[in-house]
Ligand binder design. Sequence first.
Ligand code: NOJ
Length: 576
Amino acid sequence: MNYFKLPLLLLLLLVTACNSISEKSGNSENWWKEGIVYQLYPQSFKDSDSDGFGDFKGIIEEIDYLDELGIDIIWMNPFFESPLVDNGYDVSDYRSILERYGSLEDFKQMIDLLHSRGIKFVLDIVVNHSSNQHEWFKQSRSSRDNPYRDYYHWWPAEKGEPPYRYSIFDPEGAWKYDELTDAYYLHYFAAEQPDLNWENPKLREEVYDIMNYWIEIGVDGFRLDAFQFASKDTSFPEFPEGHEKDFIQWYGMRPELHDYLKEMNEEVLSKHDVFAVAEGAGKTMKDAHELVDEDRKELQMVYHFETVDMAKQPNSFSLKQFKEIFSKWDEAFSEKGWISVFLSNHDNARMVSRFGNPNPEFRTPSTQLLNTFLLSMRGTPYIYFGDELGMTNIDMPTIDQYVDIQAIGDYKKAEARGEDMNAFMEYLNYSSRENSRTPMQWDETLNAGFSTGTPWKKVNPNYPSINVAQQEADPNSVLNHFKKMSQIRKANKVLVYGDYEIIQEEHPTVYAFKRFDEQSSHTILLNFSETNSEITLDEAFEGKTPLINNYEQLQIESNTIVLLPYQAVVFDLTLE
Ligand code: NOJ
């Protein structure tokens, strides 16, 4: 044995041990893991020039509000040049800003201001498809030998009708015939959103240039819209019967997707301190892991759809299922990789209307409970604007009130299937994404203080009882609870990186779990019920003051706690 080598060996062992500890605790530390993301839907946030449409100057006016929330990152939905067929997810120029939001100067001013408050900015990049008004598409459709032809997917009509492809928005399917060149083009979403051809390296280079352009301007990250569809089987085989609509299984996530992401990482992400989060986590857990495995150098984060796919029908929420989904995803990423945690966004109904209780009696505590949950789970929490107030679904019982392309498309599809349209409207009223796009409720004045013009979308009539002004003045409001909870997450890193362990998984009404590491241990108790719930735990809680409690009282007797309706408490049980 060479004794000179012994200290080196010990050092090596120590380093390996340290590495495995840090990997175990959710791998390396990072700002985008620790940050609280606030999703801001710009059309509906604040209108500064009375055109009924939110804008950058409106956001600038509310900088103190954003700062005081304690959020760290803003993800803003698309604000680019667009005919707005799908509210901006149909981009006609990726480098220009839609005038209604303001100028590039306004945008830069907004970003600088956010940065000066320590808030990062994430842009929504929509590159599975563009608008049919994009110059690329105009060129592409103009002739079969145009240099941009291969920027999209075309099926020449002489080959006969293309194999059926379901479209998420278009009741006519995903192929649209275009007379000009006697060919069909592919569009997984609306006919106005033709799918881009990622097999074409020129297209990919264009996208990376666009991403680098926005990084130069100051953005700190990207949300990749519908990106798992970017790689598809372009031999366009017929799908086995019965699988024509099996979107996740058949329509995207081809192995080449990883190659594109690696390339994107090389060309863009790895060169800067930015992160990318993909919409969708693939078909399987393996897919999800591969997308965010740090060693593979693809993405930093994904978000899965299992939570949004649950509780789609009125009164269908199941706490058992909710616990199972969150525990399963946490477990899968406990050693490696990172996910996001969210309960709502612009494509879903309001958080409190689906997972909590929007009735006036329980709206406040149940929203507080859901925000406590989001801010105490492992993963980066994404808070959808208005959920910090407990904004609810809006009542829209008839189809003529809807403007959203998806809602209208779904209605037509249901009609064509001969469904009971009354039942369908009940479903749509509850689950439609229009519910979450209503303007921000600032105060009790005209249009909830969102705009002095005519809002592009009706304000929820409940704004006199749910608004920022009123909640700022009430120490027990949903808003003030949110602010407190965001500070607690920041002050307790164990809530970000610590291990997660569910307690009494079978409890019918209480979701209880621990977050812990070598130094500390927190217990979170959430009563998802309109009535009191009792839970007996291993630890004695008597004499312990919770870090946060959405009621003034807390009934504890030794190891037993009786939680009030939707009571949510976080205990720091770290032993001194
Ligand atoms: C997902 C976006 O979140 C949604 O709003 C949009 O309609 C589709 N992708 C198409 O871009």
